[in-house]
Write a protein that binds this ligand. Structure first.
Ligand SMILES: [Zn+2]
Length: 291
């Protein structure tokens, strides 16, 4: 696992914030949000390592604790990763029980909960209390691509950090221009316009289709934030006009449902679904959600 913050590309300002927080009193429950899904896992690992590191300038990468983390054998790091499956209440109860037990090495205990947006509501409710008042020396690091689907009661207990897409993954303008007509048609609930707009996406190779879905999720996030946090700068400034318009026309809940659909299509593309079929589902599904 990653035991260096410096080795992670991009997010310079966020890493600086994290270092400053680590040097003082680090919040016991944090949520790392990354709509692109590109950087939150390595960053969450480095952050967990920093919390357990016993060297200087954590994570130092050299102390016995960092060595154990690199070998995936640190007894006080508990990683929850259910992959594409939902995180169920039994898992949440196990986390709660485990959190009550003192750390093995006498220092801290860290729970790294990957894909926290896949916790079902019962699991989230089971964790509410321990996230609000974790035992002393217990830390929770949660990651999510779609923090909007996590219950507000959980989010309000977390210190939230938003990641930027890494520089090398920055989209080319052509791809963004191809998404703009879809965003406009979505805002206008224009079924025919959506069907036309996705035609270009249907011709993309699968890896580029995946990238287009990740961008669409980011654009939908910008649309949601254009309403709820208008002072925040958008992640995709080139699409600002479209995302502001979209946010003003379609309710947040529906935009998050379209983002969910994009996540599903992105995962299906990884399993070899044809882009053409996926685009038909995207247009029809989005129209149904927003009509
Ligand atoms: Zn260390």
């Amino acid at each position: 696992m990653q035991t260096s913050l410096d080795a992670i590309a991009g997010n310079a300002a966020l890493k600086q914030d994290l270092r400053a927080a680590l040097a003082h009193r680090f919040p016991q429950t944090v949520l790392l949000c990354d709509p692109s899904g590109a950087s939150n896992e390595p960053l969450a690992e480095a952050l967990s390592a920093a919390l357990l590191c016993t060297g200087h300038n954590p994570p130092c990468g050299n102390c016995p604790s960092c060595a154990k983390l690199r070998a995936d054998s640190h007894p006080d790091l508990i990683v929850i990763d259910e992959g594409e499956n939902e995180i169920k209440v039994e898992t949440a109860r196990r986390i709660r029980d485990e959190a009550a037990i003192r750390p093995n090495e006498g220092g801290r205990k860290v729970f790294l909960i990957r894909h926290a947006d896949r916790m079902n509501p019962a699991a989230q409710n089971a964790l509410l209390k321990v996230l609000e008042e974790p035992p002393r020396d217990v830390f929770f690091v949660l990651t999510a691509m779609q923090p909007g689907v996590i219950l507000q009661t959980i989010r309000s207990r977390c210190t939230i950090y938003h990641l930027e897409p890494p520089a090398e993954a920055l989209p080319d303008d052509g791809m963004l221009d191809a998404l703009a007509p879809f965003l406009r048609a979505l805002a206008d609930r224009d079924e025919y316009g959506m069907a036309l707009a996705v035609q270009a996406l249907g011709k993309l190779p699968k890896n580029e289709f995946r990238a287009a879905m990740a961008l669409l999720i980011t654009a939908l996030r910008d649309a949601v934030l254009a309403v709820s946090a208008p002072n925040l700068s958008p992640l995709l400034p080139r699409l600002r006009q479209e995302t502001v318009y979209l946010g003003s026309r379609i309710p947040t809940k529906k935009l998050l449902a379209v983002a969910d659909l994009c996540t599903t299509l992105r995962e299906r593309a990884a399993r070899n679904a044809a882009s053409g079929v996926q685009c038909t589902v995207l247009a029809a599904g989005s129209y149904q959600i927003c009509q």
